[in-house]
Write a protein that binds this ligand. Structure first.
Ligand SMILES: *Cc1c(COP(=O)(O)O)cnc(C)c1O
Length: 227
């Protein structure tokens, strides 16, 4: 077995353990392999080990890997900061965008997409000045605007908490994101129930799963460290 295949097996085991520990079904937690900076050959290796969902952060890289690997039945997700002038390059083939953070970006996706794209609103839960993502107060305005955009299928929320060695430090942010999702559903400001929480990475996926994550975004534990 290749290293990547072994790593994927280990990550799946971590997901299973974390889910069973809190009484959730592991099937409700999707593993999104974050392949940024890694070559197409690494993606192919992961695909051959049974991994179907991949997330990329950079438009040019995603475009190149998508072209190189077009014969594989990969579900591509975009997870990085998306500039409006790059939207046209990714909407033809991505299944989901995890980094929706403004009405302007949503409008451009709606204008360019020829079919529905699953979208996550990225929330800057810690209100860090250095980070992208919408602030907590702006979520409702954004959800309301998206509900009028026919090409956007809003499915949930995404966050990336401040980095900390101790995964427990991420818990309050994950919990805040879950409450924000519950709140949108309670208030009924989107026409259908939002069910997805994109949260948890290599260092804190167990805590994220305990707090309700449905998409863990894992790079390092699958592909190794990035230069
Ligand atoms: C890089 C990245 C990840 C993966 O981080 P790891 O710690 O390598 O697992 C997840 N989400 C986003 C948005 C990223 O940029």
């Amino acid at each position: 077995m290749s290293n990547i295949a072994k790593n994927i097996e280990a990550v799946r085991k971590r997901i299973m353990l974390a889910a069973s520990k809190c009484g959730r079904s592991p099937d409700d937690v999707h593993l999104l392999a974050i392949s940024k900076i890694k070559p197409a050959t690494a993606v192919k290796e992961a695909f051959n080990a049974g991994q179907k969902l991949f997330g990329e952060n950079y438009v040019q890289e995603l475009k190149e890997k998508h072209e190189k690997l077009s014969d594989l039945d990969i579900e591509w997700h975009f997870t990085g900061h998306l500039q409006r002038n790059k939207v046209k390059y990714v909407v033809p083939f991505v299944k989901a965008i995890h980094s929706l953070d403004s009405i302007k970006l949503a409008t451009e996706i709606n204008r360019r997409a020829e079919r529905q794209i699953d979208c996550f609103i990225e929330v800057n839960v810690a209100e860090e000045a250095s980070k992208t993502g919408t602030s907590a107060e702006k979520i409702y305005e954004l959800v309301t605007a998206i509900s009028k955009m026919t090409k956007l299928n809003l499915v949930g929320l995404m966050t990336m908490p401040p980095y900390d060695q101790n995964p427990e430090e991420s818990r309050p942010y994950f919990s805040r994101l879950r409450h924000a999702l519950d709140d949108i559903n309670k208030k009924g400001i989107y026409p259908k129930k939002l069910t997805e929480l994109s949260m948890g990475m290599t260092g804190d996926m167990e805590v994220a799963i305990e707090e309700g994550s449905t998409y863990v975004r894992v790079g390092t534990a699958i592909f190794g460290g990035r230069a």
